[in-house]
Design a protein around this ligand. Sequence first.
Ligand SMILES: Nc1nc2c(ncn2[C@@H]2O[C@H](COP(=O)(O)OP(=O)(O)OP(=O)(O)O)[C@@H](O)[C@H]2O)c(=O)[nH]1
Ligand SMILES: C=C(OP(=O)(O)O)C(=O)O
Length: 255
Amino acid sequence: MIRKLKMNLRLRTRSDKDQVIFAPGKPEKPTANIFTMVIVPRPALPHAVVLIAVKPLRDAKTRLAPALSAEQRAQLTLAMLTDVLEAARGAAWTRAIAVVTEDPQVQALAQAYGAVALDEPEGAGGLNAALRSADGWARERFPAALRIALHGDLPALRPMELQQALRAARGRSRAYVADHDGSGTTALIADAATELAPAFGPGSSARHAASGAFAIADQLPGLRQDVDAPQDLRKAGELGLGLATKALLAGSELV
Ligand SMILES: Nc1nc2c(ncn2[C@@H]2O[C@H](COP(=O)(O)OP(=O)(O)OP(=O)(O)O)[C@@H](O)[C@H]2O)c(=O)[nH]1
Ligand SMILES: C=C(OP(=O)(O)O)C(=O)O
């Protein structure tokens, strides 16, 4: 009897595509205790798919050109993305991470951290088209999940901040986190029933508010601190850099 139940459980877990447990590098397997599953049915926990768009490294971080060479900007982009992937993996509700990019080095880094690398969509739609495409992928693959679009240049992001933003968005169809100076957006969240409808770019905070998204007001310094200009690196350094960015910038006068 028990053997039969175990077999049924295994089959059910494998056939339900929205039950994938996020475990980078490890095969999927049911984590629930068989007796818990049978005797105490639990409601599904909220879960989120993290979407990160990254443009080709050769074009990245142009506003840092006064302070860093093209090669240094590419290395910094990879280091900051590493720290964002680490933070995203550490947030309790993260079910999957997808990085949308055409850059092979970025794709390889994403996959090394257990994320899915999605191809850049056809056409020259830029960041918002890339995120719309990733959102379509996520909604099809994880129909009950929240999605959170997140910048890849948040080197002081903590897993708890990501988790807090997701909690703050509960009960809202869409919500966003404004950047540190209030004009831009560092994260945009949509619930399972709602398209992400990203409107990133200069002044995106006002656009996201005008589109009806809820402005998350929580103190989230690491989540708000994106790196656009050289002085942003110092501010992120004061908050505490993730390990990869910290190692890359050790000894640099920029932090
Ligand atoms: N996949 C994809 N990601 C993009 C695109 N444009 C921008 N991004 C990403 O969106 C985020 C914010 O982009 P930007 O601020 O425009 O670019 P940046 O490289 O961070 O900085 P600047 O070159 O100084 O503007 C970064 O993570 C970018 O890599 C795009 O066309 N496709
Ligand atoms: C794309 C955005 O950010 P930034 O250009 O500052 O990275 C934004 O705030 O919408």
